[in-house]
Design a protein around this ligand. Structure first.
Ligand SMILES: [Zn+2]
Length: 387
């Protein structure tokens, strides 16, 4: 039995917008799953195989990036970069979700080839976790000519995602809606490229097509990069029940418009975050933390709620077993504290003022995966493994 005890926690963020801060100073996980939290004196902390003294820092569910474009291992050909996933772990992210392996050189676009690549991508990230990171990949881009059996074949083989609708040859809402329906029938989640073209070869997806297609996630509702006109973003927020995914590599003004609109509509629970990296903008190891700070500072959202956009909301929208403090959820955590010399009386206040927190440790499936971040500003206090 592997038993993890984290004691002397200063603050527990739950990932739950309806109750974002939990009481307690101690977290217990057995065999990689959360079993209990609360006051240390009330918990069974005996026989721990790993003990962490948090030294008063904040514990939050590990952050989730809802929109990445991986290719293979910890390498991206998009910017010829190694170890971007390890760097992202140092930004407090413990789970990545592919929106398509579109940067694979020579990516097959014929139907048998794209199916084979989706299955292979799902496998190689299931079989190899760079630095322990959970990477949900194998997200095919739909192409003209696909039939229902193709989606069944992929689902039977373990493919659970669609890449961004619109990056392939399917450019009309009617065909896209039919294929997204087949994907959903076989348990595959879907997302769509919202806004103007990202790179030469991709096209415009407007609000009408997003609504007609009806994907589970409105991928980069703030554009990737080019955003839709304001009235179309507001229209999507008003009319859609799906996730509003705001990405780092999008239009920041449109991100603030989305958060303000969602807040006014009482729909903040639909807001989730991604980076959309690697991409033309490079990779963003701190992208999710930067979005949390930016949306809290400019979107009039308390920091403890903004953190939920980066873990609990994504967990719920995408039906994951991580991202929330709940019995049975994966023990995936980020321990963080106010950055040294950042203004604000507390970590949350400093984030609400637009500052990044300092990451002191990440834990995935109950195992310490990284210690003091090499990428965030240095934290005031650091957790320490004592057993
Ligand atoms: Zn896109």
């Amino acid at each position: 039995m592997e038993k993890l005890v984290i004691k002397n926690i200063g603050l527990i963020l739950s990932g739950k917008m309806e109750d974002p801060i939990f009481d307690g100073d101690c977290m217990v996980a057995i065999d990689g799953k959360i079993t209990a939290w609360g006051k240390q004196a009330d918990l069974d902390c005996e026989d721990a195989t790993c003990v962490i003294d948090a030294h008063g820092v904040t514990l939050a569910p590990g952050l989730i990036d809802s929109h990445i474009h991986p290719v293979v291992g910890d390498y991206t050909p998009r910017q010829q970069q190694l170890h971007w996933i390890d760097s992202t772990l140092h930004g407090g992210v413990t789970t990545l979700i592919s929106a398509g392996e579109v940067h694979m050189p020579g990516r097959p676009k014929d139907i048998v080839g794209l199916k084979a690549m989706a299955i292979a991508s799902q496998r190689w990230y299931e079989n190899f976790r760079p630095s322990g990171m959970k990477v949900h990949a194998g997200a095919p881009v739909i192409e003209k000519g696909m039939v229902e059996q193709d989606f069944k074949d992929m689902a039977d083989a373990g493919v659970k995602l669609l890449g961004e609708v619109g990056l392939g040859t399917v450019k009309d809402g009617k065909t896209a809606q039919q294929m997204v329906g087949w994907a959903r029938k076989y348990g595959m989640q879907s997302t769509i490229h919202t806004g103007g073209p990202s790179i030469p070869g991709s096209g415009l997806i407007d609000a009408d097509m997003v609504m007609e297609t009806g994907t589970d996630v409105i991928g980069h509702i703030n554009g990737g990069h080019s955003a839709l006109p304001d009235d179309q973003i507001i229209c999507l927020c008003e009319n859609c029940q799906s996730a509003f995914e705001i990405v780092h590599n999008g239009n920041e003004r449109a991100a603030v418009l989305t958060i303000n609109t969602a807040r006014e509509l009482g729909k903040l629970d639909q807001v989730i975050l991604g980076t959309d990296g690697p991409a033309g903008s490079g990779v963003q190891p701190l992208g999710i933390l930067r979005m949390i700070a930016m949306l809290s500072a400019f979107g009039n959202v308390p920091a403890e709620i903004a953190f939920c956009f980066g873990n609990g909301n994504t967990s719920r929208q995408r039906k994951l077993d991580t991202g929330l403090i709940e019995v049975g959820m994966c023990a995936d955590f980020v321990l963080l504290d106010q950055a040294q010399h950042a203004p604000g009386k507390t970590m949350l206040e400093s984030v609400a003022l637009g500052n990044l927190p300092g990451v002191g440790m990440t834990v995935i499936d109950g195992v310490v995966r990284s210690e003091r971040s090499r990428n965030t500003p240095p934290a005031q206090n650091l957790p320490e493994r004592i057993v």
